[in-house]
Design a protein around this ligand. Structure first.
Ligand SMILES: Nc1nc2c(ncn2[C@@H]2O[C@H](COP(=O)(O)OP(=O)(O)OP(=O)(O)O)[C@@H](O)[C@H]2O)c(=O)[nH]1
Ligand SMILES: [Mg+2]
Length: 368
């Protein structure tokens, strides 16, 4: 199961109550107050972990509760502080206050007011792929931790209330309440490059060739149902991550096919690779395909279409592919078109080189 958006309720533990007790011991009459303090309630902590790839762990347990602190006891014994409840989430998880979980009005662009519950709430003021001020936190680094709800402090026992005038105090305090709240957790995959293309264009085949990732490949559309990530090794310790998302089709902004739902996972990519079937296998025209894909990206968010991109012309092992890629080059003279055959490995090295070069130059501060 793949879950990339989920509402959760989190509740930290309450602090334990302070204790009212008096020292009772043989030969020690009126031993005085000795009620200990309550323990702290447990915190609810989110921890980014690269071994977790989606939020499905929270699907069956959307209520995250930490334990309460123990109550104080006699003989000045403190109650036990409760351990923190640590929830591992994938790197790239953004936490929103839950009000934002409402479905959004779709396609203002087209004037239609239909709503689609699958679509991510999106706010044009939010920098694309970045954390807006409204987000509670954006967990972008491995092992980054965030205290989502803080546990309540322990109460005070009656030893704290003794004074010269009150030598047998019966006062104590209750523990503090743990924080609680509803949140929306949303995963936006973090990768250097993202693959965009029609179903069956060969995106997953390409990811398999470039990395050790093993996404399913098959000759029917929508083989890939959720995003996957692969790591490309360039030699010399250089590496990059690349995200494969489900195929996009015309009308995705209206929820056709798997819709725009998964484009969220490439919003943080620094470069987009448009993978085209240049053989036009299914009676399609690659030039038109590219135009449609660019339009869908633009309808999703104009800022995503301004991201650097280049074209991967796939399936050049098939007839007509070479002349179609020439047509593409003529049509988009300013865009790099790299011809490959993902299935047979032709052109893969050139593509890797191009990608390494691009990522290297974009890392340099001058071009950042
Ligand atoms: N001849 C040839 N076939 C290819 C090439 N690359 C991929 N294919 C075939 O195209 C079909 C679709 O490949 P996938 O990698 O599953 O395509 P995808 O883009 O991931 O498709 P979705 O996950 O459905 O969006 C498979 O049958 C592949 O074997 C290629 O370079 N040449
Ligand atoms: Mg696929």
């Amino acid at each position: 199961m793949f879950v990339d958006r989920i509402r959760v309720f989190a509740q930290a533990g309450n602090g334990g109550r302070g204790c009212v007790s008096f020292r009772r011991e043989k030969f020690v009459p009126k031993g005085g107050p000795d009620g200990g303090d309550g323990g702290r309630g447990g915190d609810v902590i989110l921890r980014a972990d690269r071994h977790v790839d989606n939020l499905s762990g929270l699907f069956y347990e959307p209520i995250i509760k930490a334990k309460n602190g123990g109550h104080g006891m006699g003989k000045k014994m403190h109650g036990r502080s409760a351990p923190a409840k640590i929830v591992k989430v994938p790197v790239g998880t953004i936490v929103w206050p839950a009000q934002r979980a409402k479905p959004v009005i779709l396609s203002e662009v087209e004037g239609s007011r239909e709503t689609h519950p699958m679509v991510t709430p999106r706010d044009s003021s939010t920098p694309l792929g970045m954390t807006s001020e409204e987000a509670v936190v954006d967990l972008v680094r491995e092992r980054q931790e965030f205290v989502l709800c803080r546990g309540g402090a322990g109460g005070k026992g009656n030893v704290h209330f003794k004074s010269s005038r009150n030598r047998a105090p019966r006062e104590y305090t209750d523990g503090g309440e743990g924080e609680q709240g509803h949140f929306l957790l949303e995963l936006r995959t973090i990768a250097d490059a993202g693959l965009v293309g029609y179903p069956n264009a060969g995106k997953s085949t390409l990811l398999r060739k470039l990395s050790a990732a093993r996404p399913k490949v098959a000759s029917y559309p929508f083989t890939t149902l959720h995003p996957g990530i692969g790591v490309i090794e360039f030699g010399g310790y250089e590496r990059a991550t690349i995200a494969d998302i489900p195929g996009l089709i015309e009308g995705a902004h209206r929820g056709v096919g798997l819709g725009h739902e998964f484009l969220r996972h490439i919003t943080r990519c620094r470069v987009l690779l448009f993978v085209l079937d240049v053989a036009g296998s299914e009676g399609r025209n690659p030039v038109q395909d590219l135009a449609h894909l660019r339009r869908e990206i633009d309808l999703y968010d104009p800022r995503l279409s301004q991201r650097p991109w280049f074209v991967v012309a796939n399936k050049i092992d098939l007839p007509d592919a070479k002349q179609n890629s020439e047509a593409l080059r003529r049509k988009f003279p300013n865009i790099d078109v790299i011809a490959i055959s993902a299935k047979f490995g032709e052109g893969i090295d050139a593509l890797k080189e191009k990608l390494a070069e691009w990522l290297e130059s974009s890392r340099r501060p001058s071009s950042a």
